[in-house]
Design a protein around this ligand. Sequence first.
Ligand code: PAF
Length: 293
Amino acid sequence: MQTVLDVAAMQSRAYRHKRQGESIALVPTMGALHEAHLKLVRRARSEASVVIVSIFVNPTQFGPKEDLDRYPRTLEADLRKLEALDVDYVFIPSAKQMYPEGFQTEVSLKYLPKHLCGLSRPTHFAGVATVVLKLFNICMPDTAVFGLKDYQQYRIIQQMIADLNLPIRIVGVPTVREEDGLAESSRNTYLSPEERKKAVAIAQALQRIEDAIVKHGKRDAGELIELGIRVIEDAGGRVDYVAVADPDTLDDLQQVQKRTLLAAAAFFGNTRLIDNRMVDLSETVEEKDAENR
Ligand code: PAF
């Protein structure tokens, strides 16, 4: 495994592999690697002959009052985990390398960031899309692997790839959960033991909504959202949003449709966590496949 700190060095190595006809899979991360990241890396390993994992805590995706300074940084442990997974390159650029003086270009998306997390984090997704496009140009992947826990991020990158004709296949990997159902997240490390116990309510809220849809035939989004809010608030969480949305446009729905995204964000103490579930009411496997195509 080679550690590369320099943008030009990473780009020339990637270029050399491409010229030799090799395929590259990229897993962009901000480090503080946990089981969910490792699942992305294993998936990348099965997709390409060369695997690059980037570790970069991207300042432009954090708002002024967000947790950039205290975001967990565990580089040595991260490198040990990646070594064990047979990763070829770990790309660890500095902020100066990624955003040299005079940097001024930004990817902007019209509609997808106007929903869900974008409402309370208005500059976040422009920062994400811009850094991911830079990582794509530096690492030249054929395949890029992202976790579906950050579903809105996944959709935005998928849209950017389509809109800008990037020759990259995006792979979304299902959310990894802890034993009680809490989605794995680097930010879980901020939770006190008491908050950690309560935080599972975000997963439970979405599960309760899914049950209301699938087992009890509920279809009214307003009623389902109220149910989700109640579950989170009863556990002591502060809701940012609970949404019943179209998985492609992320528009709010009035009524549940065949494929429906259930998503939530909530604070436990000062820690903001997100989660989502996809409900698919298609009746047959063929129908499900067609919907997912
Ligand atoms: O999901 C993340 O960790 C980040 O948003 C990403 C994709 C690495 C961009 O900084």
